[in-house]
Design a protein around this ligand. Sequence first.
Ligand code: OSB
Ligand code: MG
Length: 367
Amino acid sequence: IKIERAELRLVHLPLLTPFVISTGTMTHKTFPLLVLRGEGVDGMAEGVMDPLPDYLEETIAGALDLLRNAVLPRLVGLRIGSPSDIAPLLAPWRGNRMAKAVVEMAVWDLWARSLNQPLCHLLGGVRDRIEVGVSLGIAPLDVTLDRIAEAQAQGYRRVKLKIKQGHDLTLLAGVRAEFPDIKLTVDANTDYTLSDLPVLRGMDAFDLDYIEQPLAFDDILDHVQVQAALNTAICLDESIRTAKDARIALQMGAARVINIKVGRVGGIAEARAIHDVSAAFGAPVWCGGMLESGVGRAHNIHLATLPNFTKPGDTSSASRYFARDIVNEPLEATDGLMPVPPGPGIGVTLDHVALDAVSEVIEVWTA
Ligand code: OSB
Ligand code: MG
């Protein structure tokens, strides 16, 4: 397929509820959206980098610069036989995996649509709906208890609580007093250090399925010490950018579970490689989220149909995040199961009226 046109937009979508994690508060989801066209079909993807580098190093400004100046001018006009054909365009540039993922994922969607195949079929997915839970931001105990009760009533398969220093063991005791049996996890988004080992060890008392990313975003080695000191499994998110990172982390015992976010690791090829190396180590993976719009959400759902995604992911109903999404298809879970949107590619189409109201076109390239 020949890539005939690329349109890069910046989308600014208000969140229904501010999302609070240890590193800060999000009130809007701002992201670059890339739409590629070829042979009469559109392929699309969104970026998961933030306005400021508070989750990982990449920023929206940096990503737009790389895409506009280095990648997209060379992508448009290219004829590809499969998504791996764009690798030479991305390989020269160091890091910037979130920016690269936007391009790679849009090419996969375009390719799948040109073949009239759902993306999950081309990936080797093994299910047509995925198990999902909710990720609950930092809030007082009473608010958290109400949110858990609501998630339980809606059938979500696990609850992940955001924690930070000083908002951890007491919160967990309060939650376990009300909900002794729910599948529960916590995510520290890097807020602890090795000197907090006693607090982390205290979490063993709460029957957590795993503790996500307790230490620094660029650490693997110190997590080995945490994992060795705890009964609870450690899950790595920020620390894992590549299949090599995953291999080293699992080999050294830094974690027993991996959170795969396709937008974090540079795209579908790297996400599959992380999935495969984790399976080889007998380590389950699950699909994380970055509060994506329907475009990124649909990509996540398709990826999570791969066989080793055996723990519930973060891809909950779009209506939990946004009053109005930018895609036409509702992405809603029932009984904790999110159906794969059917149809070619990622299975969703842009709602252009909704999109125009919340976005600006940054640049368009044509062959
Ligand atoms: O660490 O998983 C994370 C959101 C923004 C930044 C980091 C994270 C998250 C989430 C939200 O946990 C998951 C979701 O509901 O999309
Ligand atoms: Mg996380």
